[in-house]
Design a protein around this ligand. Structure first.
Ligand code: NAD
Ligand code: GLY
Length: 382
């Protein structure tokens, strides 16, 4: 499979009846933001919500694009980082949007990574009992995961994403050129979510990534640009299909949580800090889920698990507990973190396991003692 060479953007439809929308993917699309917004909502005004890093790079272009199309716009800039998914910043953004006299029929534009998408999307879900919003993702993670599917949230002192809503955007505009300024480590962390789609349900895509990941990372060249667009489009198609079948995560959508049981526990153990970015935690979590499925559950040959792990390691993602810098809690504390995240019912955990690359499934009856033993071994390797 080679990535098709294209100049027109790729459009992926998220089919949700009256809440359907397009994900438009291509290089240089930010300049078309105003035209696309005014075509969707003629006469609407907009507030751009962004963070201070992204504002420095792209707010000017976004505002110029809106002005060019005659869309009146104001802006709210919040500090970059997870700490902005807080009650305090949520309140500030709500008040700023109200002050900008945004009414029903107007819209919010989330210009940024997953933090901005989650925060601005949640503001849109509640303000004036629900405003439209547009996602303009600026990280790879946001391109392929957080901007698609309508999960919005802020964090509570008790945990991440505990205060939120399902609220679908009316458009996702994924300009792949915006990734050129993304720090390499953030790009790599987002790539873990790209690889996830191959690992969970598309062995052919995973093989393609094994051969083409360098082009996906390079991005700026002609072959890089089309490889990056292809990888984002395949990922978005996979997520769109799952979301269309299970918008509220009553079943199949949980497959998107491959790697999250171990990953979230490790992320929490590192205090959701720069020690371990979300995508890095998911990479380590997926590697552990493959090894657990092979060695502890006998679901696939260990050689196949090693192949999955080797690709994640080749791009520079952490795949072993010993790759995580700094101290980690005991196995009991990690098991407590898993239990908080996942709920253990009569000693059984719900887990996303794999029968092979591209063959993930939801298993509600994983014995927590097996998980504990496996984690003990992994911690001992440090
Ligand atoms: P992020 O939004 O914090 O962005 C990472 C960093 O990159 C920030 O410092 C940001 O300012 C900077 N940045 C963003 N775009 C840039 C660009 N183009 N150039 C230079 N710098 C840029 O992090 P993220 O990884 O995009 O998102 C993580 C968040 O997403 C977490 O809060 C997580 O809970 C959430 N998430 C949500 C979903 C969902 O379905 N809603 C899914 C996965 C993750
Ligand atoms: N990131 C997982 C989901 O959107 O369901």
């Amino acid at each position: 499979m080679t990535a098709p060479v294209r100049t027109d953007p790729t459009i992926v439809r998220v089919a949700l009846d009256a809440r359907s929308y397009d994900i438009v993917i291509g290089r240089g699309l930010l300049a078309s933001l105003g035209a696309r917004v005014s075509a969707l909502r003629p006469g609407a005004r907009a507030v751009i919500v962004t963070d201070d890093n992204v504002a420095r790079h792209y707010l000017g272009t976004a505002e110029a694009a809106l002005a060019h199309a005659g869309v009146a716009a104001s802006r709210v800039i919040v500090p970059a980082g997870e700490a902005s998914k807080s009650y305090r910043v949520f309140e500030q953004v709500c008040e700023a949007v109200i002050s900008a006299r945004i009414e029903r029929g107007d819209l919010i534009i989330a210009l940024g990574g997953g933090v901005i998408g989650d925060l601005a999307g949640f503001v849109a879900s509640v303000l004036r009992r629900g405003l439209d919003y547009v996602q303009v993702p600026t990280t790879l993670l946001a391109d392929v995961d957080s901007s698609v599917g309508g999960k919005t949230a802020i964090d509570s002192a008790h945990g991440k994403n505990l205060i939120g809503a399902f609220h679908q955007p009316i458009l996702v505009l994924a300009d792949t050129a915006l990734l050129d300024t993304l720090p390499a480590r953030e790009f790599r962390a987002g790539y873990a979510e790209v690889a996830k789609y191959g690992l969970l349900g598309d062995a052919g895509f995973f093989s393609w990534l094994e051969s083409n990941w360098r082009d996906v990372f390079a991005g700026g060249t002609a072959s890089g640009s089309s490889a990056r667009e292809h990888a984002i489009a395949v990922s978005c198609r996979a997520k769109a299909a799952i979301v269309a079948r299970d918008e509220r995560e009553t079943g199949e959508r949980a497959l998107l949580n491959l790697g999250h049981t171990f990953g979230h526990a490790l992320e929490a153990a590192c205090g959701f800090s720069d020690r371990l970015l979300h995508g890095e935690a998911i990479a380590a979590g997926m590697a552990l889920a493959f090894e657990f499925s092979a060695r502890r559950q006998g679901l696939l040959p260990m050689a196949e698990a090693r192949r999955a792990i080797a690709h994640l390691a080749a791009v520079g993602l952490p795949t072993r507990i010993k790759d995580i810098p700094g101290p980690l809690p005991s196995v009991d504390q990690l098991m407590d973190l898993i239990a908080q995240d996942k709920k253990v019912k009569r000693g059984m955990l719900t887990f996303i396991l794999v029968r092979g690359i591209g063959a993930a499934f939801i298993e509600a009856g994983v014995d927590a003692r097996e998980v504990r033993m496996f984690l003990s071994e992994k911690l001992a390797e440090r």
